[in-house]
Design a protein around this ligand. Structure first.
Ligand code: ASP
Length: 453
């Protein structure tokens, strides 16, 4: 039994929804369908979820709502009429969109979530009705009835672990169940959404709950590319990734799958496949527990920018008990998260994201490092990027880092810092942002574009 999730671009228009129908029909083990809200039809379009946010903002600031409501209703109406679905479905959806503006504003911590979730909720009704019209036995299922019970504050739903046994019951249904993604229901019956892009999380939770054989996540790309297609021309997609590798890649800019969506599938040992609704014959990228192919040391190259490094040095730092703790305490006091911490004998760098450091916090850090820790030097280095090569098989291959550093030196790229965790899943290079694209291309040519090299 498979759980199949379709993202917003796969459901953005009647044309796309017809492709979805074909995909579902091709395999009768595709029995649980998770849907997003309609996404963009073209680059300048607005996602339904974003339109719902604008609608909500106008509602809470007492502005006119009619334009928002009409836009949203028209969005569904266009799809409904093209797919020749019933007027009563359109009435139901229109009523639910207008009804949002009757929800209480006071003492309603989940009001925003109600607005957001309506995008997927209405779309699930639409898709269920379309599948029925095309002769499939299908049914819309609200997350509450699917057993997706959550706790947490607005837009930060966390699944209650007791939900899994409830979700498990839906596997006994013989019809195709169409469940809206992105939200669950709290024990006191409030709608609570996951963070943005959270339909992926619903799919993973349901797949784990029913012990699915596979969680198929359909999007608009042929899987996960070995490097960013905006930087490298036509990179190939990755055939197979382990959960750990996916986590590493997601950390550094690979955003095809929501990173919270990995956990339920990983714990439930459910393989995931990322596929393309527009090219369903392509095998896509499979995310699995362990690699079958042990030959490939590097599976992907990731990068992310907007990092800052706080570099400090003090002679005989290593002899001072508690030095590192004191440095980190300063960051903790200022509520700053740190990401990496490469060290030398007498120096230490703390790499943080740019957004963590306001000018006031920066001054405070420098003052305290000088005053309390009497450092010899402290420098703040900006405009850094991290570049990561990722692959679990690196631990059984000698010389991977040397190939990477050669690729950098051939292109005259200076490596500011380098770091590898004990698990050897990734090697991380910190370089100047201006060299980021060149570095990715150089690594790609070394590890993937063998002919060119
Ligand atoms: N529609 C929601 C969003 O745009 C959730 C999702 O598509 O997964 O964030």
């Amino acid at each position: 039994m498979k759980v199949i999730k379709f993202g917003g671009s796969s459901l953005a228009s009647a044309e796309q929804i017809n492709k979805v129908l074909d995909i579902i029909k091709q395999d009768n083990s595709r029995r649980i369908v998770i849907v997003s809200a309609p996404g963009k039809r073209h680059d300048n379009d607005t996602k339904v979820t974003d339109a719902l946010i604008e609608y909500y903002n106008s509602y809470i600031t007492d502005q006119s709502l009619i334009e928002h409501q009409n836009w949203l209703i028209k969005r569904y109406e266009d799809i409904i009429s093209e797919l020749k679905l019933s007027q009563s479905l359109l009435n139901d959806i229109s009523e639910s969109i207008r009804g949002l503006s009757e929800l209480p504003k006071e003492n309603n911590p989940y009001l925003f979530d109600h607005f957001l979730a309506s995008g997927e909720n209405n779309n699930a009704k639409l898709i269920a009705s379309f599948l029925q019209k095309n002769g499939l036995k299908a049914k819309y299922l609200h997350p509450k009835d699917a057993g997706i019970i959550v706790k947490g504050s607005s837009c930060n739903a966390q699944l209650l672990s007791s939900s899994y046994s409830k979700i498990n019951k839906i596997k006994n249904e013989t019809t195709i169940q169409v469940i809206p993604g992105f939200f669950g229901v709290t024990e006191d019956d409030n709608i609570c959404t996951f963070s943005r892009g959270g339909s992926d999380i619903t799919g993973s939770i349901v797949a784990a709950g029913i012990h699915a054989d596979l969680y198929e996540n359909f999007t608009d790309v042929d899987g996960i590319f070995v490097a960013h297609p905006g930087i490298v021309k036509k990179p190939q997609s990755i055939e197979e990734l382990s959960y750990k590798e996916m986590r590493e890649l997601a950390y550094a800019g690979f955003s095809v799958l929501h990173d919270e969506a990995l956990i339920p599938a990983y714990r439930g040992k459910i393989p995931i496949v990322i596929k393309n609704t527009n090219n369903p014959k392509h095998p896509g990228t499979k995310i699995i527990l362990e690699h079958q192919n042990k030959n490939l040391p590097v599976v992907g190259i990731a990068s992310d920018d907007k990092f800052i490094s706080i570099n400090l040095s003090k002679y005989l730092m290593n002899r001072e008990v508690g030095f590192g703790r004191k440095v980190l305490q300063i960051l903790e006091d200022l509520n700053i998260r740190w990401e990496h911490m490469p060290t030398g004998i007498d120096d230490m760098s703390i790499v943080i994201r740019e957004r963590e450091l306001t000018p006031i916090k920066e001054r405070e850090i420098i003052n305290r490092l000088n005053r309390e820790l009497e450092v010899d030097e402290v420098d703040i280095i900006r405009n850094l990027s991290i570049i990561m090569i990722v692959g679990e098989n690196m631990k059984s291959h000698v010389g991977v880092t040397s190939k990477a550093t050669k690729a950098f030196s051939d292109k005259n790229i200076n490596i500011a810092m380098i770091s590898q965790g004990a698990s050897e899943v990734s090697v991380l290079f910190i370089i100047n942002k201006s060299e980021e694209k060149k570095a990715i291309q150089a690594l790609y040519d070394t590890f993937f574009n063998i002919k060119k090299h």
